[in-house]
Design a binder for this molecule. Structure first.
Ligand code: Q46
Ligand code: ZN
Ligand code: ZN
Length: 333
């Protein structure tokens, strides 16, 4: 049996990028040290700050919440009910149970109850992939709830694999605007709260191992609407590179943060301040028009509810088309 690099006890996980195995105690030490380093390197928050953690029921966000509490931070959770059938029911159950058993505060926003639509219906109404309406809704609600409850900062569970995949996609397209905004800290400005990603130094594998050794129950299934999500392919590419040469993924992303991101930062400093949405008051770049979330609410809220499976058929077809090169059209299905 392999042994822990730090203490020689039996190991529970091997981490090729560290070229070592770790026992439960030293795995936890490694993870919390990486989180503390990310927090301090990027001045994410101070010990007295109140943190709102966006939790989905998946391993990353639950592990992040657990780690912040373990490190002594004041962190509450925010869960958004997206209305994605059984997947949403299960993720809500697991998140609520996590909070209950630890006596933590969890805020919940249900899209259909509060805004009259869910993600499958929004996807159908907008004739776009579900992740587009979903990302927009989540960003809007995260910002709003952080302000509404007076938190200092919003923390999300994006890990090294997520960020490296986004970076690779942005780099392949040389999307300089996105590259200049790809930061683990977005400062509070123009009415938007500060947003941070404390897990950027930890991989998916490490987060899954954290949940196992800490006995955290999490939703293992991927969101069924993620079919065709292009980040999955980018992650596979990076994993293949990392297998050949362990550490490639970390050096690609962390090297970008160290050496490239500072050169791009000036572009975001020059951004114009948005106006307030006339409908909900949130910052909006829509020039006096309702913000994109209010327009989505208007459009999707007046649409007949659509079951998850009908959207899935359409999403699967689009993924097939994207892969095999047929032209995809918006008005099918
Ligand atoms: S929940 Fe929403 Fe994700 Fe599902 S619909 Fe896409 S964005 S995949 S993180
Ligand atoms: Zn050990
Ligand atoms: Zn609005």
């Amino acid at each position: 049996m392999s042994k822990c690099r730090s203490c020689g006890e039996p190991a529970v996980v091997d981490l090729p990028r560290h070229n070592a195995n770790f026992c439960s105690v030293h795995l936890q030490q490694l993870c919390t040290r990486q989180v503390e380093r990310a927090i301090s390197d990027h001045s994410m928050f101070a010990p007295e700050d109140r943190i709102l953690v966006a939790v989905s029921g998946g391993k990353d966000s639950l592990a992040l919440w657990d780690m912040l509490i373990e490190l002594g931070y004041r962190a509450d959770g925010l869960y958004i009910g997206l209305g994605i059938g059984e997947y949403s029911e299960e993720s809500h159950r697991i998140t609520a149970e996590f909070a209950d058993t630890r006596g933590l505060t969890l805020h919940t926003v249900d899209l259909r109850a509060e805004h009259g639509f869910d993600i499958p219906t929004a996807a159908r109404a907008t004739k776009r992939v579900p992740c587009s309406a979903c990302g927009l809704s989540k960003r809007h609600i995260f910002d709003r709830e952080t302000r509404r409850h007076g938190y200092d900062v919003l923390a999300t569970g994006h890990n090294l694999d997520d960020e490296a995949a986004v970076l690779l996609g942005n780099t392949i397209r040389w999307d300089v605007d996105y590259l200049s905004r790809q930061s683990p800290v977005l400062p509070e400005r123009h009415g938007f709260p500060r947003k941070v990603k404390p897990l950027i130094r930890l991989t998916e594998r490490e987060m899954a191992a954290w949940c196992v050794v800490r006995g955290i129950d999490y939703v293992v299934e991927e969101c069924p609407m993620a079919i065709g999500n292009r980040h999955a392919g980018l992650k596979e590419t990076l994993n293949a590179m990392d297998e050949r040469s362990p550490g490639t993924k970390a050096s690609f992303y962390l090297g970008f943060l160290d050496r490239m991101a500072p050169l791009l930062r000036e572009r975001t400093d020059a951004e114009a301040a948005p106006e307030a949405c006339p409908s909900c008051g949130s910052p909006s770049s829509s020039d006096g028009m309702p913000c994109s979330f209010c327009r989505l609410e208007e459009n999707a809220g007046s649409h007949e509810p659509v079951p998850v499976r009908m959207v899935l058929n359409r999403v699967a077809r689009r993924a097939f088309d994207a892969q095999w090169g047929e032209e995809s059209s918006d008005d099918r299905g």
